[in-house]
Design a binder for this molecule. Structure first.
Ligand SMILES: Nc1ncnc2c1ncn2[C@@H]1O[C@H](COP(=O)(O)OP(=O)(O)OP(=O)(O)O)[C@@H](O)[C@H]1O
Ligand SMILES: [Mg+2]
Length: 244
């Protein structure tokens, strides 16, 4: 039987992602100050704080993977202003509609979830690769997962490939001109700056490696994901910003 990850691991991944976003608020805002309106960090932090709170609430039970993703989507749509909230919300909402086996997903189901999410995001935002948006990180990552799946790789290999592809896509946004959102008003002046949304999207795949690569579930009791997470995000010119 193909190796599966559990609903609990997916939940831990999303908590870990929330921790990373909260830790990187300043950095995401700094990137959005250069080419936007300086609110991506605060938008994402506000949304992911709510997601984290909801996922850690012992009163909340998720019957299946779809319910978990739908809950994240609805929280983001209602709590996050600006472009990114509804776009990430759509990503998770559409991912929730893909076929899964209830409380577990195999690599093929998980990859399809991400593909459904990406397609939904693009239908909503009409952004394509090289428009300098979150799509520049998410699409190559999903394609890397699909390629790994086609060559029968393990979860660990597939996720590592997705993370690397997302990172390269994120870094590539430095070189290109924005065609979507507020950054597009800058025209060529948007060149030379890393896209904030591509950066928050990269973190989704970075945390997936930490939370989902191993069959041993990452422990979460409300504190441990933050402690277990790497504490820096790659920034412009490949520099590392330490957040410790
Ligand atoms: N049409 C789109 N499709 C996909 N991603 C987009 C689109 N428009 C903007 N983005 C992403 O959203 C990020 C900005 O999110 P933010 O939380 O700052 O919302 P915002 O200030 O309302 O956005 P914007 O100013 O880009 O319209 C961008 O860095 C980009 O990655
Ligand atoms: Mg903004």
């Amino acid at each position: 039987m193909a190796q599966e990850i559990t609903l609990g691991q997916l939940r831990n991944w999303l908590i870990l992602y929330a921790d990373r976003i909260i830790a990187e608020e300043e950095q995401l805002t700094r990137l959005d100050t250069a080419i936007g309106d300086a609110d991506h960090g605060v938008n994402m932090r506000r949304g992911m704080e709510k997601v984290r709170e909801r996922l850690l609430d012992p009163e909340n039970h998720y019957a299946d993977v779809g319910t978990l993703f739908r809950s994240v989507a609805m929280t983001l749509i209602s709590a996050v202003g600006g472009a990114a909230g509804p776009l990430y919300g759509t990503f998770f909402l559409r991912a929730a509609t893909s076929p899964n086996s209830g409380s577990r997903v195999d690599l093929s189901q998980f990859t399809r979830m991400l593909r459904f999410g990406l397609d939904g995001l693009q239908q909503r935002g009409k952004a394509y690769v090289d428009d300098k948006t979150m799509v520049d990180a998410i699409q190559p990552a999903v394609e890397a997962m699909e390629a790994a799946l086609a060559s029968q790789q393990s979860w660990a290999v597939a996720l590592a490939a997705a993370k690397q592809a997302a990172r390269l896509g994120m870094e590539h946004t430095i070189e290109i001109r924005a065609n979507k959102g507020r950054a597009s008003y800058l025209g060529d002046r948007s060149i030379g700056h890393q896209d904030p949304g591509a950066t928050s999207a990269y973190l989704l795949f970075e945390t997936a490696v930490a939370a989902l690569s191993t069959s041993a579930p990452l422990k979460v009791n409300g504190q441990e994901p933050a402690a277990a997470s790497p504490r820096s995000v790659p920034t412009q010119a490949g520099k590392q910003k330490n957040t410790d």
